[in-house]
Structure formats: structure tokens, C-alpha cells
Design a protein around this ligand. Structure first.
Ligand SMILES: [Mg+2]
Length: 198
């Protein structure tokens, strides 16, 4: 993988959040303020336009909680790669681990709080363990994306403990978390980008 993989990943995210914008809006309207789909589309549209620029674009363009969270995630992940021209699966695990750590730190969220962490953490853990077991990168990424999707679905019965949805208390139960949903899209986009580039 190389810089082109990252570029392709950002383009795949842009396509995915655009396709799922209305769904993300509906999910966020149920337990938040309904802006998540619009925010993610605006943010990644700006990222694609500014490809080669930095995660600051995302922070300033995506509204809501997701802008700072994804901005910080991508910046932390990017620091792992530095100026490296190419990278392997194990370094991708480090990138995603750094991204996860920054999200958990900034959002003070853990698995089970009904946030994007419910999708991101199992994806990172799955990618790490599959690669450790010697599974090929494309299959490991497919398993990681599937873990993010399972994590996304796991948020439905949970009561939100972080973010705006937590104000709803028990009324947040029965709704899929929008941040976990867009995170699953982002992990699936990574799998598509890496597979294309292979
Ligand atoms: Mg919102």
C-alpha cells in the first residue's frame, strides 16, 4: 500500500457517505440532531478536493462531534506513517490503532457506549489478529470491515452513554448509532481501496 491507497480510500469514503447520506441523516435525526449525513458528506467532499492537504480540512469542514474526532483520528494515523512512501498491513494496524486511541481519548468513549468506538475498536482488533494469524491483507481487511458492521449493528439495543444521544437516556435504545454507521462505511471503504490497489 502507498499514498495512492490512502487517496483511493478517501475517494471511496466520499462515494459511500454520499450514497448513505439520507440513511445517516435519518439515524441521527432519531437520537441526535440529524446533521450527521450532511456533515460527513461535506467533510469528505472537502477532503477529496484537498487530497494531499491534511486532516485539518476535516476538522474545519465536518460539523458536529465527528469533525474533530475523524480529524484527530486521521492526523494521529498519519503521524504513524510520516513520510513513508509505502506501508504494510502491520503498519496499517498501527495507523488504525493510533486513530482509535485518539478517538477514545478525545471522546472518552469505550466499547458499549453506543458510539463510533463500537465499530472502530472491533475492526482494529480483528485486523490485528487476522494479520497475526497470517491471513492475507485483503481478507483481513474484509474481516475488519465485517467486524465494524457487526459492531455497528450491536449499537441498536444499547443505551447511549456519550454524545448528544446520551441526553435521551433509555429512549436511545432501539436505534443504530449514526457514528458507528459511518465508521463501518469508512472501514468498508478501506477494504475496497486496498483491494483495488492490490
Ligand atoms: Mg449530529
Amino acid at each position: 500500500m502507498d499514498a495512492a491507497t490512502i487517496t483511493s480510500w478517501m475517494r471511496e469514503i466520499d462515494v459511500a457517505v454520499r450514497a448513505e447520506r439520507d440513511h445517516l441523516v435519518q439515524l441521527d435525526a432519531a437520537i441526535g440532531d440529524g446533521d450527521h449525513g450532511t456533515n460527513m458528506v461535506r467533510g469528505f467532499e472537502a477532503v477529496v478536493q484537498a487530497l494531499g492537504a491534511d486532516a485539518g480540512t476535516l476538522v474545519s469542514t465536518v460539523g458536529g462531534a465527528s469533525g474533530p474526532l475523524w480529524g484527530s483520528a486521521l492526523r494521529s494515523g498519519g503521524r504513524v506513517l510520516g513520510e513513508q512512501m509505502t506501508f504494510e498491513g502491520n503498519q496499517l494496524v498501527e495507523v488504525l490503532s493510533a486513530a482509535l486511541a485518539s478517538v477514545k481519548d478525545l471522546g472518552t468513549a469505550a466499547v458499549g457506549d453506543k458510539t463510533m468506538v463500537d465499530a472502530l475498536e472491533p475492526a482494529v482488533d480483528t485486523l490485528r489478529s487476522r494479520l497475526h494469524d497470517g491471513v492475507a491483507l485483503d481478507q483481513a481487511l474484509d474481516a475488519a470491515a465485517a467486524a465494524a458492521e457487526a459492531g455497528m449493528r450491536s449499537t441498536v439495543p444499547l443505551q447511549a452513554r456519550k454524545g448528544r444521544a446520551s441526553y435521551l437516556g433509555e429512549r436511545s435504545v432501539g436505534h443504530q448509532d449514526p457514528g458507528a454507521t459511518s465508521t463501518a462505511l469508512i472501514l468498508r471503504a478501506l477494504q475496497k481501496a486496498a483491494t483495488k490497489g492490490a
